[in-house]
Design a protein around this ligand. Structure first.
Ligand code: ARG
Length: 460
């Protein structure tokens, strides 16, 4: 009977084997195999603790640790042979360890797959968050490098996708950089709540055996130990927090992607995409398409879907573990993979993009973009802002109506005159935004310093 490959972990209680459909629906090994390292690391810590509290002999511990090493190398080299009863990574590892060392049969002492899977997933998520943060920092470095290269180049800033006021290109690029800095904050926040050891919670209620949860936590490098065994095995908010942080990050990448798409259009012509990060058309020979940016925009939908999907899965679950929770892993794994790849591709795309600062300056040099400067110029000379707004607004209306150019109308008004008309010269308006965090070159220089310091801190 022990040789029956369909024999389940819980075979003692059951008279027959599982139905084929049950097995297929139930099995998570195809996707949770990805956590084999975490599963093995968790088992090592558990076995060392069992030995320390007298539930394992030294030689049994060493035999199981050796077997775990072997399973790890079989998994790493893809030589691990699965059998039908390996329903998930936990059963597969334990089954193989027990084949290699009889003491493997003691390995599950005081442990359930419920606290085991939560531990594995916490370990995996902690590592994945660190990876993603590293990629975000790398992308921020690229944005910073492009901002530095841009010098004092400027472009129109937009509201409602209508030209508003000129800003430096560096300021615009760093706007995305700061959003990514907050993504790092959110990821760190999620990491802090992930960094809790739940091994020792058992199936749901702890154990009658003298387990040392704190020892396991320290061994696994977790910052904290769980407070409540029921919560420990039922909680997946750390996954939700991570999915939320990834979804917001994805939305930021989507917005950046959308700008690249606009900027690469013939109508804007603000960027030239490198061939290696663009695609062509199968029919139209002239086309060069910004597919990476479009995919960054498209992937955000998928990331939001993973978050709302898991929220929906978890919302009706009574305490504690329910098999529904097995649905936590695929969205998380996919969200991490999606964000990783999107970050890498966008990074290459932005690094290889040429910014057409001549086109940007030409668009930003419309005298209308300096209308606010005119109003503020009047304010500095005592006019209430509302009146100043009306004075300039009336000139804009007349200029647009074709009566005369805005420059002529401004120069011809004795409340304004030649000194005010000089503000409409190309390149003047952008230099006038000098306040904290503003879009002018002087403020941008200070902002670049702040961004460099933040990046240096995050990059450590
Ligand atoms: N594969 C399961 C999961 O991912 C492991 C936990 C199984 N626990 C149980 N009581 N059946 O959630």
């Amino acid at each position: 009977m022990a040789d029956d490959p369909r024999l389940q972990l819980w075979h003692g209680r059951f008279a027959g084997g599982p139905a084929e459909a049950l097995q297929q629906l139930n099995d998570s090994l195809p996707f949770d195999r990805r956590m084999y390292r975490e599963d093995i690391v968790g088992s090592r810590a558990h076995v060392r603790m069992l030995c320390a509290v007298g539930l394992f002999t030294d030689s049994d511990r060493d035999a199981v640790l050796d077997a775990l090493d072997q399973v790890e190398s079989e998994m790493a080299s893809d030589t691990f042979v699965t059998i039908a009863s390996d329903e998930d990574i936990h059963t597969a590892v334990e089954r193989r360890v027990t084949e290699l060392a009889p003491a493997g049969a003691r390995m599950h002492t005081g442990r359930s797959r419920n606290d085991q899977v939560a531990t594995d997933l916490r370990l995996w998520t902690r590592g994945a968050i660190d990876d993603v943060i590293g990629l975000v920092v790398q992308f921020q470095r690229t944005l910073l490098a492009q901002a530095e290269t841009a010098g004092d180049a400027y472009l129109p800033g937009y509201t409602h996708l209508q030209q508003a006021q000129p800003v430096t290109l560096a300021h615009h690029l760093l706007a995305h950089g700061w959003a990514l800095a907050r993504d790092i904050d959110r990821l760190r926040d999620a990491r802090r709540r992930t960094d809790v050891s739940v091994l020792g919670a058992g199936a749901l209620a702890g154990s009658s055996l003298p387990l040392d949860a704190a020892m396991v936590a320290a061994d696994l490098g977790f910052a904290k130990v769980f407070d409540n065994s029921l919560d420990a095995v039922a909680d997946r908010d750390f996954v939700l927090d991570t999915l939320y942080a990834l979804a917001v990050l994805g939305v930021h990448l989507s917005r950046l992607g959308e700008e690249l798409i606009l900027w690469a259009s013939t109508e804007f012509g603000f960027v030239d995409l490198d061939d290696s990060y663009s695609t062509g058309s199968s029919m139209m020979p002239q086309k060069k398409n910004p597919d990476i940016a479009e995919l960054a925009r498209g992937k955000a939908g998928r990331l939001i879907g993973h978050l709302t999907g898991l929220l929906t899965t978890v919302k009706g679950l009574p305490l504690t573990y329910n098999k529904d929770l097995q649905e936590d892993k695929e969205p998380l794994f996919d969200a991490v993979d999606t964000v990783r790849l999107t970050l890498l591709a966008l990074d290459g795309m932005v690094a290889s993009t040429t910014f057409r600062t001549d086109r940007m300056a030409a668009q930003a040099s419309s005298p209308y973009a300096a209308a606010t400067d005119l109003a503020e110029w009047l304010v500095e000379r005592g006019t209430p802002f509302r009146d100043a707004h009306a004075i300039v607004g009336e000139k804009v209306r007349r200029a647009l109506g074709g009566e005369a150019s805005l420059v002529e109308l401004v120069a011809g008004d004795d409340r304004l005159g030649a000194p005010a008309a000089a503000l409409l010269e190309p390149g003047v308006s952008v230099t006038r935004r000098t306040t904290h965090g503003a879009g002018g070159p002087r403020s941008t220089a200070a902002e670049l310093d702040r961004f460099r310091s933040r990046l240096a801190a995050d990059g450590q």
